[in-house]
Design a protein around this ligand. Structure first.
Ligand SMILES: [Fe+2]
Length: 313
């Protein structure tokens, strides 16, 4: 029995030496500046969440990330069980949080009561792939010259030598559920644990957090949901035209099934665009895989060594 059961991933927090440079990348990637405080910038997607990305000025470093709590009472349950305090968030969006530390030393904020702004409408045209045309005499014209605004943050992948210990902490503390567990080979070390949040009968992303085997500790990638498959494809060419470093894709994952595309920011931190994830409810069984069968694509080139080892502190 876990201490609480958390809701979705809310935001990632990084410090960077040049906030405006990484902000420019994130805007090109599809995020929208929502607020500023001091030298910090808060960016959002089109979903009704105040922010999903925080950039602070400082040495290049992942500071942590946050999940939503289901209730204020859960914050107090968590505080009592961990000895941490419930504190007011003195940042744009407000709310309250309990600030925990996961086994690799990163801060994990559990947040309740952050402001919920209106969703930002994005006009997308239907696609004529079924037998009945959804677009009749309406010509498909995609916006050009800028990224399609992203919907939301979706998951964080942490490189760690302690996959099993890290996964256990997220299961025991936040009630996360293993969708798929990957081992180097049968009976050998665990190399990945795809964890989803527990919202009972509600269908959630295949994974919201994933510790992945690495000698180095750090961010392997952070992932965002695109509006649709066309957006992933079009934004690939847009980011390419701006000269950003492409890391892996486009392809279709096996575990999670997302259509994916990975890009490095100017500091070499990996960011994923995806569309069309598998969604599971709490009752879905856990898959168990050997790496050579699980960590593959359904189509698209296999993961490059450069992608696998792209872990930044
Ligand atoms: Fe991912």
């Amino acid at each position: 029995m876990s201490i609480i059961k958390c809701n979705e991933l809310l935001y990632i927090r990084r410090s960077v030496p040049d906030v405006s440079k990484i902000e420019a990348f994130l805007v090109d990637f599809g995020l929208i500046p929502a607020a500023r405080q001091g030298s910090s910038v808060y960016l959002r997607g089109t979903d009704p969440v105040h922010h999903c990305y925080i950039l602070e000025e400082g040495p290049a470093r992942l500071l942590g990330f946050a999940f939503a709590a289901k209730s204020e009472a859960d914050l107090h349950t968590l505080a009592k069980a961990t000895g941490c305090a419930v504190e007011a968030i003195d940042e744009p969006g407000g709310g309250q949080r309990v600030c925990l530390q996961e086994p690799n030393g990163y801060a994990v904020d559990i947040v309740f009561g952050m402001a919920t702004p209106a969703a930002i409408a994005v006009a997308r045209q239907p696609v004529n792939t079924g037998s009945e045309p959804l677009r009749r005499r309406e010509l498909l014209r995609l916006p050009r010259g800028k990224a399609t605004p992203l919907k939301r943050i979706a998951h964080v992948v942490l490189g760690t030598p302690k996959v099993a210990e890290t996964a256990a902490w997220f299961r025991d503390t936040l009630g996360m559920l293993p969708s798929d567990e990957v081992f180097r080979a049968t009976g050998e070390a665990q190399i990945a644990s795809f964890l989803r949040v527990d919202k009972g009968d509600e269908y959630v992303d295949h994974h919201a957090f994933l510790p992945m085997r690495s000698d180095d500790v750090g961010l392997q990638h952070v992932s965002f949901e695109s509006q649709d498959i066309d957006a992933v494809m079009a934004d690939h060419h847009f980011l390419q035209s701006l000269g950003y470093e492409h890391l892996w894709g486009i392809g279709r994952h096996l575990l999670g099934s997302q259509l994916f595309d990975y890009w490095n920011d100017p500091l070499g931190y990996a960011h994923e665009h995806w569309a069309d994830s598998d969604r599971l409810s709490a009752s879905a069984p856990t898959g168990v895989w050997e790496a050579k069968e699980g960590m593959v694509t359904q189509w698209g080139e296999p993961a490059t060594e450069r992608f696998r080892h792209n872990v930044k502190p």
